[in-house]
Structures are given as C-alpha cells and as structure tokens.
Design a protein around this ligand. Structure first.
Ligand SMILES: *Cc1c(COP(=O)(O)O)cnc(C)c1O
Length: 460
C-alpha cells in the first residue's frame, strides 16, 4: 500500500532515471521527474493504490515515456490511403527523390543563393527559377514566393492599392483555410468591384465596370467548387482582349495550375499555365505544391513590366523563398524540362498509375495479410485529385477493404492514425478502405505492418 510519504524524492527519481536515459539535459530530465511525481501524488491523494515497493520503477517508466514523447517530432510522416492525391491537411504533394536530394544537397552547406559566382559579387535569388519558369510557361518573366496566397497578395499590393479590382460574382470565392478573395483584396488595400451575377458574368459586365480607377481584372479559379447548369463565365482570352483594349492588365489566379494536360488521364481539362499565358493573361499565379508536385511555393509568371513591379515591392522581401525550397522547386521544374514528370513526380505518378498496377499491389497486400487474421478484400474505389483542382472529378482506383475483426472500423481507423507511421484511410459502410493510388509503392510493406498492428487481434 502506498501513501504520500512513500513517493520517492525528485533526486532519487533523477538518479534512477539517469541510468535509463543518458543523452538528454539535466533540466529536461528534472522537468519530467517533477511532472510525474506531481501526477502520482495527485493520484494517491485521489485514492489510487500502488504497491509501495514498485513506486520508483513506476515513476522511472512513466518519466522515460514522457521524455520519449516530448522528444518525438510532432510533425510525422503519414501513409495517405485516403485516395485524395493533393490533400492540404496531409501536406499536399509528396516530393520527388530528385527534389529531396537537391534540398539536402543545398541545405547542408553554403550556396550561391544571392551570389554571382562569375562576377564574384552580390547576385539575385530570383534568377535560379526565373529562366526555367519562363521556358515552361512561355511568359516573359517570373517570380516565386512562399505560396499562392502570398503571390496574389503581393500582386494586389503592388498593382492595385487604393484602386479597384474587378471580379466576377461567381469567382468571389473562399478557397479554404479562411482564404477568401474579397478579404484578401480588402486586406491588400484594393477595392473589390463585383460584376455579373453568381451564375452568369459576361464580358459586357466587366466592360461596364472599367473606369480610370480600375487597376486589374482578376480571374479566379473557383477551385474546390463548381457551378453547373445555367452558367456563364467570360473566357480568359475575351477578358484579356477587353482589358488590353482599355489598358487594364488581367491577373489569372489558377490555384493549382498545371504544366501538363490532365485530359490524357481521363480527367477534365485543368487549365495549364502556358494556356493562360497564351490566352493573354498579364500575370498568372499558381501553387508549387499542388499539381506542380513540388515544395510549398507561389509562382508568378507574366509580363516583365508587371513582374518587375512585384519584385521591387517591399513585401517581396517578406515573402521570399528560402534556399532549400528554391532547390526543391528548381529540381522539380528541371524534371518537367526533361519531359520526365509522369515518371518522376509522385503526384503525376499517382495520376497516371494504371489500374492493372494498382490491382497487382492490392493482390500482393491481400496475400501478405492473408494469415494475420485480417479479413481483406480487393475493391474498386475512386480517387480524387484534390488541391482545388478538378472539383468533383474522380479517377477509378483499386484498394483493399478490411472487414471489422476484433476491432470496429472506427477503432481500427483511430489506431491506424495514431500508429507509427500514421495511416489515414477512409471508412465506408463499417469497413476500412485503403485506396492504393495515394500510397507510395515503397510504403506497401509498412502499410501491411500498420494494418496488422492496428486492426488484428493482439495487444490492445
Ligand atoms: C489553393 C489556392 C490558392 C491558395 O494557394 P496556396 O498555395 O495554398 O497559398 C489560391 N487560389 C486558388 C484558386 C487555389 O486553388
């Protein structure tokens, strides 16, 4: 039986703890020891009973577990079996091996980030990506910042402060995560002028709203929502023609944007960046970590005169990219230049993955799981591209489902999410569904182990 007097002192616990945990600071060890002693004291006061002779061991174990948890990174890898390829909550695009290698290579030492090696003097961090972006988009000039929200904010701040920006009512949308076009406009100091109606906006609506106060015509990809039925939006080419006739530049926020056509993979056509440039958009903004498949960034391509104004704006300094991101983006863009995106960029490998290939992986997983007590079936399912691109569109896919065994699907799902590595799957009709399109092939074995650990009989 135990009483408060039996609880070991902090010093005694520290001594015992030190024998188990060698490589952490005294302060961290002491904090863990104190926290566990306080906790045990309140448990004893609350009437909990422990064998007196095991109190020290109990405290050592608990303090060691607390230290291990304190020292584990909170940001952890997740196996994405949800079937959503670009999932903002799961960190969007997984990076290619080449991009990762470039980030490690450049991050480990010094670089010519802002140093002209030829001239031996200060250089610009913009030049590393600019030529590549120009070449891949057909635009005159380019700039990369922290994310697409930053790109839009910078463009509005540099070009439209104190002036008006004309947007179709059907495009004054919230993209998600609290990013609302009307709010961003207001915040940047521009005035929103909405034209047309929610479902129909014509070129004439824009034309009637243009005045000497107009700074920009803004077109926004409506991202994760789609209007169907009696709908009309003004085409970009028409908008650009009208803007140019009246001396007003057009900013096209593509959202995801893509450098490759999506139609060959059975998807609707997501507008490509070069199509926007060719249609006459003066500035085009898009994300680095959606369909581009690179690290988080916002890319701006367009007319040199306008991009130069963005580069010179004080905000550009606050929104600039760090060297590892530039390295990852450059490596990603070089893959496109080599014509190897489908083979090397995970987002595109997932989009292009064949049903036969997915079925073979599902069969192999089912065999691995066959004698573990799990009831596994191969199933047809549907993946989504996500990231605000191609709303509503799905790709047929193959996965495995797990029938409830000793644990319910919900309990199994929770244990999968909190495991190491974490697994995020879908739950449908009382079963756990694992869509293999979004699982990286090299993660299949880890997925099988995670399913066994989380969902079959065993320690609870
Ligand atoms: C995703 C998205 C954004 C925001 O891009 P981030 O890279 O997340 O900052 C802006 N506009 C549209 C249309 C989007 O789809």
């Amino acid at each position: 039986m135990s009483s408060l007097r039996d609880i070991p002192s902090v010093d005694r616990l520290l001594l015992a703890l030190r024998r188990q945990v060698a490589d952490v600071s005294h302060a961290l060890l002491r904090d863990a020891a104190r926290a566990e002693i306080d906790l045990l004291r309140s448990e004893v006061q609350g009437g909990a009973v422990f064998p007196q002779e095991s109190l020290l061991n109990l405290l050592v174990d608990r303090a060691a577990a607390r230290l291990a948890s304190d020292l584990e990174p909170r940001l952890r890898p997740v196996i994405n079996a949800s079937g959503v390829i670009i999932q903002t909550n799961l960190g969007r695009a997984p990076l290619s091996a080449t991009a990762l290698a470039a980030m490690v290579h450049v991050g480990a030492g010094y670089t010519n980030l802002e140093y002209d090696l030829e001239a031996g003097e200060r250089g610009s961090r913009n030049i590393h990506l600019e030529a590549l972006l120009r070449r891949l988009s057909g635009a005159e000039s380019a700039l990369a910042v922290n994310n697409n929200a930053a790109a839009i904010y910078l463009a509005l701040s540099a070009l439209a402060v104190g002036r008006e920006v004309i947007v179709s009512r059907g495009q004054a949308v919230e993209i998600g995560g609290g990013f609302r076009i009307p709010d961003v406009l207001r915040q940047s100091g521009a005035t929103l002028v909405e034209v047309g109606t929610t479902n129909r906006t014509y070129a004439l609506d824009y034309a009637a709203a243009i005045s000497e106060r107009t700074a920009l015509l803004l077109r926004v990809h409506t991202s994760n929502f789609r209007l169907v039925g009696f709908v009309h939006e003004t085409g970009l080419a028409e908008l650009a023609e009208m803007g140019h006739a009246r001396g007003v530049p057009v900013l096209d926020d593509l959202g995801s944007g893509t450098l490759l056509p999506t139609a060959p993979y059975g998807l609707a056509s997501e507008p490509t960046v070069s199509e926007s440039v060719a249609a006459g958009a003066d500035l085009v903004t898009f994300s680095g970590d959606k369909l581009l498949g690179g690290p988080q960034a916002g890319l701006i391509v367009g007319k040199k005169e306008l991009v130069d104004q963005l580069k010179r704006h004080p905000l550009a300094r606050a929104l600039r990219l760090d060297k590892t991101t530039i390295a990852g983006l450059e490596a990603t863009l070089l893959i496109y230049l080599r014509g190897r995106a489908i083979e090397e960029i995970p987002v595109w490998q997932m989009i292009a993955a064949s049903l036969d290939g997915l079925r073979a992986r599902a069969e192999s997983l089912a065999i691995q799981l066959a004698h573990t007590g799990a009831t596994v079936a191969i199933t047809d399912c549907a993946s989504a591209v996500g990231g605000g691109s191609l709303p509503g569109a799905t790709l047929p896919s193959i996965g495995i489902t797990l029938a409830p065994g000793p644990r319910s699907a919900d309990e199994c799902g929770r244990r999968l999410r909190t495991g190491r590595p974490a697994v995020v799957a879908r739950i449908a009709e009382g079963r756990v569904v694992f869509d293999l399109r979004t699982v990286l092939p090299e993660q299949d074995a880890a997925l099988a182990r995670a399913i066994v650990a989380a969902c079959t009989a065993g320690e609870s």
